[in-house]
Design a protein around this ligand. Structure first.
Ligand code: FAD
Length: 391
């Protein structure tokens, strides 16, 4: 079977490795850019994605680039804790959750592809121009602005924007909470996310990945992850967010480069597979960067597709397994996913609280967190017990 993959991002490279692990080795990745460089800031790999990368033999290198996330915690805009839960191994999963620099993950996958499939398996400066190809299957992993998707759905237009803008950056600073915590503070409109993507250096400082988010009048370049901005444009909105456990304006001010990204996604599709062409990753189901799903879901796609092809069930079986859950996650993310607790806290206690239980009872908070894990496929018991997708 000859497979062509459009796109050498995390989805495309994970697909090449998954196919190879499943015994399908005649695979070529076509990447549009002249050279694959370590771009992007931090992303999270949830335990279900770490399981899949572990099963294709990447646990060691992954541990070398990732910070094993120990905790996820939500706060209101005054820095008061609404909810905190253990994550990864600390939450009883058999696999860690990792916070990683996106570029390091992409380079790790690229190295593994070149190592296992040969240097000729990745062709750069090789943009795929449509849904035509000369192999047995074209897998479109060419991202949120997918050319192949546009050929299949010519009337779709640009990714829809919800009026929010994300500013992303990294800053060297003191560790907070557990030292391996991912925190989100906000009120449902305006939000700040932070988590470390490096181990402590000699001075005990870590590289903090952060995202500031709020409504904006306009958003340039939908789907371009690399647009630089001056933090002065949004810093004043976070000036009061000095918590005793994290100085938000201080973190923003001390950042290196800052990038702007409008909160865009794609409407769920009725169909991904058209004969010998199928969609994968963001090309199939770009979703808001909520709940740490972008890269994780692409990796799950890769493994399910490889399993379906190697067991003779074809791309339709992959689509049947993956389209319903990714559609559900994309729609849940449009309603803020598990982050809805921050909006509820603002609606019910706009001036803050002394007792969070009186604002959002424990049972309600527990249910919000558990429901999202089920939707996104990382309920601990289900994931630990699920049969492997290795062939
Ligand atoms: C430069 C960049 C930076 C990012 N930074 C972040 C970040 O900081 N945080 C975050 O959460 N997510 C980020 N993302 C998105 C995140 O990587 C994805 O949501 C997720 O990993 C799913 O990956 P994917 O492989 O489906 O898509 P992507 O990671 O977008 O990869 C798509 C790949 O396809 C290539 N491509 C596009 N068109 C063509 C074509 N016609 N032919 C061949 N190749 C093509 C692109 O150059 C890219 O390498 C970034 C994406 C990119 C491309």
């Amino acid at each position: 079977m000859r497979v062509t993959i459009a796109g050498g991002g995390i989805g495309g490279l994970a697909t090449a490795l998954s196919l190879h692990a499943a015994g399908i080795t005649d695979v070529v990745v076509h990447e549009a850019v002249p050279s694959i460089r370590p771009l992007g800031v931090g992303i999270n790999l949830l335990p279900h994605a770490v399981r899949e990368l572990t099963e294709i033999g990447l646990a060691g290198p992954l541990a070398g680039i990732g910070v094993p996330t120990a905790e996820l915690a939500y706060f209101n805009a005054f820095g008061q804790e609404i909810w905190a839960e253990p994550r990864g191994l600390d939450a009883g999963y058999h696999w860690p959750q990792y916070s990683v620099p996106r570029g390091a993950l992409q380079m790790l996958l690229l190295e593994a592809v070149v190592d296992r499939l040969g240097a000729g398996a990745v062709r750069t400066s090789s943009p795929v121009r449509g849904a035509g190809h000369d192999g047995d299957l074209l897998i479109a992993a060419d991202g949120i602005r997918s050319t192949v998707r546009a050929a299949l759905y010519p009337d779709e237009g640009p990714p829809p924007w919800n009026g929010l803008v994300l500013w992303r950056g990294t800053t060297r600073g003191r560790p907070f909470r557990t030292g391996r915590s991912m925190i989100m503070a906000g009120d449902g409109e305006q939000k700040f996310v932070a988590y470390p993507i490096s181990a402590p250096d000699r001075n005990g400082d870590v590289l903090i990945n952060w995202i500031a988010e709020r409504p904006a009048e306009e958003a340039a370049s939908r789907g371009d992850w690399n647009r630089r901005v001056d933090p002065a444009t949004f810093l004043p909105h976070f000036a009061d967010w000095r918590f005793d456990w994290l100085d938000v304006p201080g973190v923003i001010e001390a950042a290196g480069e800052v990038f702007e990204y409008p909160m865009v996604d794609r409407d769920p599709l009725p169909r991904w597979t058209f004969g010998d062409v199928t969609l994968l990753g963001d090309a199939a189901h770009a979703m808001y960067p909520i709940g740490s799903n972008g890269a994780s879901q692409a990796i799950l796609d890769a493994r399910v597709l490889a399993h379906a092809l190697a067991t003779g069930r074809g791309a339709e079986a992959y689509e049947a397994e993956r389209r319903p859950p990714t559609t559900a996650i994309a729609l849940a993310n449009r309603k803020m996913g598990p982050e809805v607790v921050m909006r509820l806290a603002r609606e019910r206690a706009p001036e803050g609280f002394t007792d969070v239980d009186a604002v959002i009872p424990l049972a309600e908070r527990t249910e919000i967190a558990a429901a999202y894990k089920k939707t996104a496929g990382f309920d601990p018991a289900l994931l630990n017990e699920r049969a492997s997708w290795s062939v």
